[in-house]
Design a protein around this ligand. Structure first.
Ligand code: ACO
Length: 377
């Protein structure tokens, strides 16, 4: 057995793998910063398009720059007809994240210019960000028997996403709620999916391959899939008087309660603080505070029993549910925001390229005698 003196950092916990100017998380103070700006200011005052510009260009846009970007994104939404036909051919029972991963990968076949590695792939970053809602809509509208999607260049990214998924132009409050959710999800330093994107980009592979890796990584329930499971928990709980019993029983069985805990935050995730407020606001507007009130109670029990704080996923599902977004589209909605961060990180990786290639501590044998196949038991 070979012994390495190097200590293994399981899950790469606390390992600082690279330098980045894009995003800073202060896990002790519960702060999240994009390119120098506090997420609370961005969520209160900016739009998703402004934040995407910030992540790609490293500065907030002027009015003119923002108008140009909004126009550009609205013009980049259309799917190549063969890709639309291909999405129509997948089984209706497919999971939307599988469809998204496959479609992003296939899109590269039609747009080789946009996929080239290098700073010029900012065109690809914008194309991917603009087109993701259309991919989701192409799949979801067919299975939901909704009419074909009309191009709506007048709509913001948030309004278009909601229009594409639920087939109605959102109210001002809904548009703002989704816009805020998209801002909050747009980036989060070296989370698993962004790291996957950067690993792919670090081999000088193309932008679409990097985003395909990222979508596949976001799919997992420990990362992007948690908010869907939070809603399943609320369904299982049903009424407020059952919160204590259901949550405690799960904890006693050592089950994880989705929407709680975080690798980096040791206090409340600032995104959860903002989304809690939006869950209340949108619940009030819909005249239905059931989710909000159940979640507050779940929070109380989990904090008392385990000392865990909510993460971004605890309240986001309730906000999306109030807008009529189906549960299995929650993670794809996350992707429709995080794509801005993934692509910003890939562009940064291309600028300061170093192959990401860590090492494993080998714990197997090294001196086994080779056994010819005929002699193997
Ligand atoms: N419910 C119950 N117990 C938990 C939870 C939870 N949600 N999260 C952590 N713990 C417990 C673990 O069981 C473990 O306890 P133990 O030491 O007694 O075994 C301890 O806390 C440490 O857990 P780790 O998994 O080592 O912590 P890690 O930093 O790796 O976990 C993670 C982070 C994966 C997010 C975890 O908190 C989790 O599974 N949460 C639920 C899933 C979730 O909400 N994911 C969304 C994260 S945010 C995002 O990706 C957008």
């Amino acid at each position: 057995m070979v012994e390495s003196s190097d200590e293994v950092q399981h899950g790469l916990q606390d390992v600082v793998a690279l330098e980045s100017r894009i995003c800073f998380i202060d896990g002790k103070e519960g702060r999240l910063i994009y390119e120098g700006y506090d997420i609370r200011d961005l969520a209160a005052r900016s739009t998703f398009e402004e934040v995407a510009y910030l992540l790609w260009y490293g500065r907030l846009p002027t009015t003119d720059q923002l108008a140009v970007l909004r126009h550009r994104l609205s013009q980049l939404r259309e799917l190549p007809p063969s890709l639309a036909a291909r999405i129509d051919s997948v089984p209706e029972t497919a999971t939307p994240m599988d469809v998204l991963r496959t479609a992003v990968s296939e899109l590269a076949l039609f747009e080789p210019e946009e996929t080239r590695p290098g700073p010029s792939s900012i065109g690809g970053a914008q194309r991917l960000t603009a087109v993701l809602p259309s991919i989701l809509a192409q799949f979801h509208r067919r299975r939901a028997r909704l009419p074909r999607l009309e191009p709506r260049p007048d709509l913001s990214h948030a309004a278009y996403l909601l229009y594409a998924l639920v087939n109605r132009v959102p109210t001002e409050l809904e548009e703002r709620a989704l816009d805020v959710a998209l801002i909050l999800h747009a980036d989060h330093e070296l989370n698993a999916s962004t790291f996957a994107a950067r690993v792919t980009a670090s081999t000088l592979s193309d932008l679409y391959s990097a985003v395909t890796s990222a979508v596949g990584t976001l799919k997992g329930p420990l990362h992007g899939g948690a908010n869907e499971r939070v809603m399943e928990l609320l369904d299982e709980i049903g009424t407020a008087d059952r919160v204590e019993e259901v949550v405690r029983a799960k904890l006693a069985r050592h089950e994880r309660i989705m929407g709680f805990g975080h690798r980096v935050y040791k206090v409340e995730d600032p995104r959860a603080t903002i989304l809690r407020e939006w869950s209340r606001k949108i619940g009030e507007a819909k005249g239905d505070l059931r989710y909000y009130e159940l979640l507050l109670k779940v929070e109380g029990v989990v904090h008392r029993e385990k000392g865990l704080y909510p993460n971004v996923d605890l309240y986001s599902g309730s906000v999306y549910s109030h807008m009529g977004i189906p549960h299995d589209l929650f993670t794809p909605v996350f992707a429709a925001s995080r794509v801005a961060g993934w692509t910003a990180h890939v562009l940064e990786e291309y600028q300061d390229l170093r192959l990401i290639r860590p090492m494993a501590k080998y714990i197997g044998p090294t001196d086994l005698p080779y056994v010819p196949i005929a002699n193997r038991a």
